[in-house]
Design a binder for this molecule. Structure first.
Ligand code: TXA
Ligand code: MG
Length: 306
């Protein structure tokens, strides 16, 4: 079953039912070494799946839950190891969507919820997106309308050091303010990333996608018979190429990003060209939001040599 959240739709199953969780991996075609986020109705349910609930976790939950923040902590023994890909830690998050919160409370139990897309592809931000990827027999979709956040939750690991493993709408600055501690970003391990979702190619359209500065546009168009161009500014793009105007506000850009990429992907374009949204003079908070967006765009784009 797919459920709505404020970020993207999730592919849900009882987190404590090993066979159900295995079906989620199978339906998505997800490698078994990539752990799943466990969705909870709040801190009380989170405590049932973690081995410890430190003060930092409570502070973050007080401030950001329900909301787009997944917190990684040592797992409780009752959580099947398939959920955490045999690892010692589990990611927990309380999604900010009334339907899914009601579902979690009614079930009175946690749900795994990877994004409801085939592994490696673009995350769904509407029920229709989920239905494009899976048949009704495979996945029942609980339609909660379009997602308001648009990109996946921030993943933060707590411990002796605090590290953001996946950038999102909750910024490292906001986490550091709440915990009054330094927050590191980026995985120290590049060969075996702590969040396998952080592997280079992810969130990808089928159409070859490039992320380029505006100054490279005419050269890129020259190499294309029909390009779909995503840009926050009104660049001069003539038919048969098409321009997808993107919002200049980072929250609005994030909300529309995956829909725009999906539209561009099915528009018949031979390539998607994304003009790097690198606004000058953004506040540190906005700059972090833009870098979460650029992180997704970088993973959606294929290297020029391919
Ligand atoms: O916003 C979201 O987080 C959405 C909605 C549905 O809640 N879910 C989502 O799940 O994006 P998924 O599976 O597509 O991405 C989860 C990310 C992956 O990069 C995974 O590697 C990482 O979180 N992750 C999950 N559990 C982890 C763990 N125990 N340790 C390290 N990384 C973990
Ligand atoms: Mg995903």
């Amino acid at each position: 079953m797919a459920f709505p959240t404020e970020t993207v739709y999730g592919l849900g199953a009882d987190a404590l039912d090993e066979a159900a969780v295995r079906r989620v991996f199978k339906t998505k075609g997800r490698p078994s070494n990539n752990p799943l986020i466990v969705h909870v109705s709040g801190p009380a349910m989170a405590r049932r799946v973690v081995a410890e609930w430190p003060r930092d976790a409570q502070l973050l939950a007080d401030c950001f839950w329900p909301g787009p923040l997944s917190i990684i902590l040592p797992k409780a023994s009752g959580v099947p190891s398939v959920v955490t890909a045999d690892g010692p830690n589990v990611a927990v998050r309380c999604p900010d969507h009334p339907l899914t919160l009601a579902l979690l409370r009614a079930l009175d139990g946690p749900l795994v919820g990877p994004s409801a897309n085939p592994s490696g592809r673009i995350s769904p931000t509407t029920a229709a997106h989920v239905r494009e990827s899976f048949t009704p027999a495979q996945v029942y979709v609980l339609d909660g309308g379009p997602c308001t956040g648009g990109i996946e939750s921030t993943v933060v690991k707590l411990g002796d050091e605090i590290r953001v493993l996946r950038a999102g709408l909750i910024t490292p600055e906001a986490i550091a303010r709440v915990l009054n501690r330094p927050v590191l970003t980026g995985s120290p391990l590049t060969a075996t990333p702590e969040s396998p979702g952080q592997l280079a190619s992810h969130y990808a359209p089928l159409t070859p996608t490039r992320l380029i500065p505006a100054s490279d546009l005419s050269r890129a168009l020259h190499n294309s018979t029909r390009a779909a161009v995503l840009s926050t500014t009104d660049l001069h793009v003539q038919p048969p190429h098409t321009l997808f105007r993107m919002p200049t506000d980072p929250h609005a850009y994030a909300r529309e990003l995956y829909s725009a990429l999906r539209q561009a992907d099915t528009s018949g374009a031979d390539r998607i060209i994304v003009i790097s949204p690198a606004p000058h003079g953004a506040s540190p908070e906005d700059a972090s939001l833009w870098s979460a967006i650029v992180d997704r765009l970088t993973r959606a784009s294929t290297p020029p040599t391919q």
